[in-house]
Write a protein that binds this ligand. Structure first.
Ligand SMILES: Nc1ncnc2c1ncn2[C@@H]1O[C@H](COP(=O)(O)OP(=O)(O)OP(=O)(O)O)[C@@H](O)[C@H]1O
Ligand SMILES: O=P(O)(O)OC[C@H]1O[C@H](OP(=O)(O)OP(=O)(O)O)[C@H](O)[C@@H]1O
Ligand SMILES: [Mg+2]
Length: 279
């Protein structure tokens, strides 16, 4: 029985639950449910705070989990990233009053507020910058105005929160984060099936199925435009001068691919969504 940690609240929670549902697993019926048993798939889901998930997985109490890369690194847990999940993207940055700081080296000797003290501490240590870290639970952007810190280090998404507090980012990007699947031990019963299912959801979201008809002499040129994952399926049509091609293409850029195929001579170019996949 694979034991899986899932965010119970916050930004990653809905997207993680949605991904599990698309992978064919039982998900919780209401937000108060903390443990969900899925006997048919031989997995058990533990809905936990995203910040705690790396700790549970790193300690071996749970086998795998979904959390943010920033939360994993901040925790100092020994859990390892298995695969990025394409949601919960954010950037982790330093910010301070306009014009006050230009590089992270200017943080020497000043107070930096953050709710990610592990992540910020190891970044500054690696850079040889000695700053005082002020550890807060959230809303860290207010720390400068309220005088408990000179700068902040926090998740930046749209930048609205920083602008509202008259703060600007400075210094290097500390981390590009995304939701990740994490694990501790390499070989576990059921882990490869779970990973394949998650991978299947990612593929179904990232790729579409493209069908088109093509004069037979253009197959090589069209295959260069749509090489597919292994190789395109090319089937004969009743008119022997034409073939039908079926191939997976990345969802992003599919319209450019359709334009190029049409210009090459392909016709009846159709795109369909993939509902599920095992690659
Ligand atoms: N706009 C955003 N604000 C905060 N976190 C974000 C944002 N976009 C993506 N994330 C990611 O979501 C994760 C944080 O989720 P979490 O639920 O802990 O945050 P939260 O909503 O701030 O929760 P809380 O404030 O209750 O601690 C991190 O991995 C973070 O990178
Ligand atoms: O760049 P933005 O789009 O403005 O988003 C970033 C802000 O959103 C998050 O705060 P959240 O709402 O999670 O509150 P918190 O600070 O209490 O965690 C994050 O901690 C930043 O404060
Ligand atoms: Mg937050």
């Amino acid at each position: 029985m694979l034991r899986i940690a899932v965010p119970n609240k916050g930004l990653l929670s809905d997207a993680a639950t949605q991904m599990l549902a698309e992978a064919g697993y039982v998900t919780r019926r209401d937000a108060k449910e903390l443990i969900v048993f899925d006997p048919a798939n031989e997995v058990e889901f533990f809905y936990l705070r995203p910040r705690d998930i790396a700790t549970y997985v790193g300690s071996g109490a749970l086998d795998v989990g979904i959390t943010g890369r920033d939360l994993l690194l901040d925790s100092g847990s020994s859990a390892q990233e298995i695969v990025g999940l394409d949601f919960g993207e954010s950037t982790f940055r330093f910010a301070g009053p306009r014009g006050r700081f230009s590089t992270h080296r200017d943080l020497e000797g000043v107070r930096v507020a953050t709710s990610y003290p592990g992540l910020v501490g190891s970044f500054l240590a690696a850079e040889g910058v000695k700053a005082e870290i002020v550890s807060l639970d959230g809303a860290v952007e207010s720390a400068v105005r309220l005088g408990v810190a000179d700068a902040v280090a926090d998740v930046v998404s749209t930048g609205t929160t920083l602008r509202q507090q008259d703060l600007e980012v400075f210094g290097p990007v500390i981390l590009e984060s995304t939701a990740v699947l994490i694990g501790s031990r390499a070989e576990l019963p059921g882990l490869s099936t779970f990973q394949r299912r998650i991978q299947g959801v990612l593929v179904a979201r990232q790729y579409v199925l493209m069908d088109y008809d093509l004069p037979v002499e253009l197959v090589a040129e069209a295959s260069a435009i749509t090489p597919g994952l292994e190789s395109p399926t090319v089937s004969p049509l009743r008119d022997s001068g034409w073939v039908a091609v079926r191939v997976m293409v990345p969802r992003i850029g599919m319209n450019t691919i359709m334009d190029r195929l049409y210009e090459l001579g392909a016709r009846a170019i159709l795109v369909s969504s993939i509902h599920a996949a095992r690659i």
